[in-house]
Design a protein around this ligand. Structure first.
Ligand SMILES: Cc1ncc(COP(=O)(O)O)c(C=O)c1O
Length: 386
């Protein structure tokens, strides 16, 4: 019996390998923002999410160390028992003030936050309407939720409108989208989605993992960048592991929504609270992110330079740090990635099931730390590789 099960697992691995879809974990030996060392070799890194260069900022590192000394390395409890420290409260207060929300709740990861958000807030009589390119954490949550689940074509307001219109009177639609799509780097028109949501009395839930810190005044994210007030959203989540360079996540919303999550979200209640040292680092990171507009300006310059130099390449339309070059087959994407590695550029191939079949790609992520020279070198080698 055990052998049969093991044989089945092995067969699934073999099949994945035969389709060029096996993922190889990489151990990074040194991380220096724009540079990483792996397998004893240094590469220019175009695959990270440290968009503002905060993961290695000395002030953030100092806050982490000081936070550990003051509050401890671990929270030593779940948040409703003994895991909530003063610094957790400071972090949620800061998030609310920054984003114009009434309350926020912390989670150990963005994946957990999305699970909690959809599984807890969607009821049996609801139908979750998700953008087709939603992150796996949203799709999994919707699939496991007791609510119905439908997907609309990517950023397609007509398709969303049709689904809303078709929702029977006995069901209530909840719309879920992302501020910046993780694999394509584009954004929905939130004002237009909100107006549809209002028409059908449907709440809008936003995953802004890739927008927070990068977009909008003080890096308040996609909604703020599009002139949408935080209170217009039913709730929003983002993580601290991307532009803020640390780890963990939050959901922010009205007092009622967060009070409800606090009582009923199992990913929150039955999980050890975030490390207080980490919260201290995130607080510093938020302060730098808000106050140092030059990081966003430099990032935008790098994005503009990349798009200008690579204008002849098959780029997806994106004005964010996520830039995709779709190559089609996994073999092509892997070969291009391997060729780039030979030239000292770290650029991962993204293959199904992370992206739809036939749309394997190189996903370039830009950071404020990249220099003009880094970007010209990238484009030069990219052109040869594709
Ligand atoms: C859009 C989106 N949502 C959620 C997550 C999950 O966040 P985390 O990595 O903190 O679990 C990610 C990142 O992987 C993401 O890209």
């Amino acid at each position: 019996m055990a052998l049969t099960r093991l044989a089945r697992l092995q067969q699934a691995l073999n099949e994945r390998a035969a389709r060029q879809l096996l993922r190889q974990p990489v151990t990074v030996e040194r991380y220096h923002g724009r540079l990483i060392t792996a397998g004893g070799k240094q590469y220019l890194n175009f695959s990270g999410n440290d968009y503002l260069g905060l993961a290695q900022d000395p002030e953030v590192l100092q806050a982490y160390a000081a936070g550990a000394t003051e509050y401890g390395a671990g929270s030593s409890g779940s948040p409703l028992v003994t895991g909530q420290h003063k610094v957790h409260q400071q972090l949620t207060d800061t998030l609310c003030e920054w984003l114009g929300q009434e309350r926020a709740l912390l989670f150990s990861s963005g994946f957990a936050a999305n699970q909690a958000m959809l599984l807890t807030l969607a009821e049996k009589s609801d139908v979750l309407l998700l953008d087709k390119l939603s992150h796996a954490s949203l799709i999994d949550a919707a699939m496991h939720s007791q609510a119905g689940f439908k997907r609309f074509a990517h950023n397609d307001l007509t398709a969303l409108g049709q689904l809303l219109q078709q929702t029977p009177a006995s069901q209530h639609a909840m719309v879920v989208t992302e501020g910046v799509f993780s694999m394509d780097g584009d954004s929905p028109d939130l004002t237009a989605i909100l107006s549809l949501c209002k028409q059908y009395d449907a709440p809008l839930l936003l995953d802004d993992a890739h927008g927070l810190g990068v977009l909008g005044p003080e890096g308040r994210g996609t909604a703020a960048a599009q002139g949408v007030a935080g209170v217009e959203l039913f709730c929003q989540m983002a993580n601290f592991g991307k532009a803020l360079g640390v780890g963990g996540a939050f959901v922010a919303a009205s007092k009622t929504v967060i009070d409800y999550l606090e009582q009923f979200a199992r990913h929150y209640i039955y999980s050890t609270a975030l490390s207080p040292a980490l919260c201290a680092a995130v607080l510093k990171s938020i302060a730098l992110c808000r106050g140092q507009q030059w990081r966003r300006d430099k990032l935008q310059q790098n994005i503009a330079l990349f798009r200008q130099l690579a204008a002849d390449l098959p780029l997806l339309v994106s004005t964010t740090p996520i830039q995709g070059v779709v190559l089609g087959s996994s073999e092509r994407a892997l070969a291009a990635s391997a060729q780039l590695k030979q030239t000292g550029i770290w650029l991962s191939a993204i293959r199904p099931p992370t992206v739809p079949a036939g749309s394997a790609r190189l996903r370039i992520t830009l950071s404020s730390q990249h220099t003009e020279q880094d970007i010209s070198m990238l484009v030069q080698h990219l052109r040869q590789a594709v």
